[in-house]
Ligand binder design. Structure first.
Ligand SMILES: *Cc1c(COP(=O)(O)O)cnc(C)c1O
Length: 479
């Protein structure tokens, strides 16, 4: 443990130093802490990193170029970067029981790009080099190189559909993954809202993807990764899992056995800043046979590594290996279930009827609202959420019909199941008192809404009262 005042002193001193150069930046940093302290944050993808994690990022590691991997750098003088990168990778391997960890990706999207190109290199490029008896791409003839580029651009990916909770980087056209791969997606059973594994197997048999992707940003249930791996094996696909959202639940051993992706997938990607509660960043875990290709992430698709962020990853992963992190992960799920139960009891409709992870999706059409109207009305009332599609969403991806709520952040603050019931009451009050608005010509609007400001004010006050009992960063006093 650091001494009682160390954290306050550290942040206060940092602000003093920054203020002397550009006071507006120091002001914005302090204002951000104040805003976060006041907001009832139910954004499922956000969290609050520890002071140690935050402080590990603000230092001279930022000055270093360190292309390459531990012990094999293209730049001299990387011994200290080697220390933190090796530590972060070791903590990641131990925490997740992974054979190999690559901790350089700057974000979740970058981790996915590293994974896609590692698989393409292993399964398309390496065999082509072998056929041409070339050691590396520069040795290929123009004709062989042209053929390889076409082959690399002609591969298939199967992932979860966006409206069922998949992510844009799993082969959708607006993202580069959709431009790289011919993509198809699997959804959920309209009756239950759950993944229909027989259907996934059927699509896989017909489509024969190179990569089968599991993982999601907005699916409120466990996924059986053992079954998905069997499906991948049956069609010769590489099985990749993007656990960006639920890495904290894997780390905290809430998801074990068939529901732990690490032993089942060939390659696993994640962010480090969502339920895992580390710095903003990404990471790739993989089986030994993909390790060499994964380690080529920089400069294949990544810019130079961020050693200061790798230092923070090492700190956060060390925290996640402590027993209290498993307790935290259990509480995230208990809170999500209490919040879901509180909403159901008050008559709300949830996608799949509940949750067994850190998030729930409220289908707000039962309140006569679009996701956009609900999101704004909640925000007016001091409750921060985000709108989200529901399966087969009638309102499309912009307006949507759902509200996604998640508990990793509030659980870090210390809120428990009793508070979740209060929050369910606040959410239900706002949604049931909000009505859809009309356009100037009298037609129904998908964006406008009517909410009595007195209701919004009252809920805002109740929300901030609830938070006063659970101070954010209680060890940090900037005054
Ligand atoms: C959040 C998320 C990402 C992207 O993470 P960034 O760090 O924002 O790039 C990728 N995949 C999934 C499933 C996510 O939820």
């Amino acid at each position: 443990m650091s001494s009682p005042n160390a954290e306050s002193t550290a942040f206060r001193s940092a602000l003093e130093v920054i203020r002397a150069v550009e006071p507006r930046v120091a002001g914005a940093i302090a204002a951000e802490l104040a805003d976060q302290r006041e907001s009832l944050k139910l954004i499922a993808s956000e969290n609050y990193a520890s002071p140690a994690t935050l402080l590990a990022m603000g230092n001279w590691f930022s000055d270093k170029y360190a292309e390459g991997t531990v012990g094999r750098r293209f730049y001299a003088g990387c011994q200290n970067v080697d220390t933190v990168e090796a530590l972060a990778a070791e903590h990641a391997r131990e925490l997740f029981g992974a054979a190999h960890a690559y901790v350089q990706p700057h974000s979740g999207i970058d981790a996915n790009l590293v994974a896609f190109w590692a698989v393409l290199a292993d399964r398309v490029e390496a065999p082509a080099l072998k056929r041409a008896q070339a050691r590396q791409v520069n040795d290929l003839t123009e004709a062989d190189w042209f053929a390889l580029r076409r082959e690399l651009g002609n591969q298939r990916m199967l992932g979860m559909s966006l409206d069922a909770g998949g992510h844009l980087t799993h082969g959708f056209r607006p993202n580069i993954s959709g431009k790289m791969f011919d993509q198809r997606s699997y959804g959920t059973d309209p009756a239950t809202g759950l993944i229909d594994y027989d259907k996934v197997a059927e699509i896989a048999r017909e489509f024969k993807p190179l990569i089968l992707v599991g993982g999601y940003s907005a699916y409120p249930r466990k996924v059986n990764f053992r079954i998905l791996r069997e499906i991948a094996d049956s069609v010769g696909a590489t099985f990749m899992v993007d656990m960006a959202h639920f890495a904290g639940l894997v780390a905290g051993k809430v998801f074990t056995g068939d529901f732990d992706p690490v032993p089942h997938a060939h390659i696993v990607t994640t962010t480090t800043h969502k339920s895992l509660r580390g710095p903003r960043g990404g990471m790739v875990l993989c089986q030994p046979e993909l390790a060499e290709q994964v380690d080529r992430g920089c400069p294949m698709v990544l810019g130079g590594p961020l050693p200061h962020v790798m230092a923070a990853k090492a700190v956060a992963l060390a925290e996640a290996r402590r027993p209290d992190f498993a307790d935290y992960a259990q509480r995230i799920v208990a809170n999500a279930q209490a919040l879901a139960e509180g909403l159901l009891q008050r008559g709300a409709r949830l996608v799949t009827g509940g949750t067994d992870n850190h998030l729930a999706i409220i289908d707000v059409t039962s309140y006569g609202l679009t996701g956009r109207q609900a999101e704004q009305a909640l925000l007016d009332s001091g409750i921060v959420t985000n709108r989200n599609s529901v399966p087969q969403d009638p309102n499309g991806a912009w307006y949507t019909s759902g509200i996604r709520i998640g508990t990793p952040a509030l659980t870090t603050r210390g809120l428990g199941t009793a508070e979740m019931d209060t929050i369910a009451e606040l959410i239900h009050t706002v949604l049931s008192q909000t009505t859809a608005g009309a356009n100037a010509d009298g037609t129904g609007s998908k964006a406008k809404y009517v909410l009595d400001p007195a209701v919004a004010d009252k809920v805002s006050r109740q929300a901030s009262e609830l938070l006063t009992g659970f101070p954010l960063y209680p060890t940090v006093d900037l005054t």
